[in-house]
Design a protein. Structure first.
Length: 116
């Protein structure tokens, strides 16, 4: 059973930075995409950023502030988050989707809190 292990969350002041990391516990040979999603209290889980052989995709709310790297060949994905805002506060989840079955693995989630 593949597990996604996340790290890097925490408490940061507005304008600060954090870097999230996610690694798969076993090699997966056919990955469609890896990415990050987030869920704030009382809200639905939403896409933050994804990376695949086709490129990188970002939510409009994080464009220019967040950068996703890593991806398929490494079974590892990172999210560099700069200029953080209070509205970025959420539990961030790592995602890995396989090819061609589109099976989705999820990490356990890591809390990011942006507050002064």
């Amino acid at each position: 059973q593949v597990q996604l292990v996340e790290s890097g969350g925490g408490l940061v002041q507005p304008g600060g930075s954090l870097r999230l990391s996610c690694a798969a516990s076993a090699n997966i040979f056919s990955i469609s995409a890896m990415g990050w999603y987030r869920q704030a209290p009382g809200k639905q889980r939403e896409l933050v950023a994804t990376i695949s052989s086709g490129g990188k995709n970002y939510a409009d709310s994080v464009k220019g502030r967040f950068t996703i790297s890593g991806g398929n060949a490494e079974n590892t994905v990172y999210l560099q988050m700069n200029s953080l805002k209070p509205e970025d506060t959420a539990v961030y989840y790592c995602n890995l989707t396989t090819f061609p079955t589109d099976y989705a693995y999820w990490g356990q989630g890591t809390q990011v809190t942006v507050s002064s």
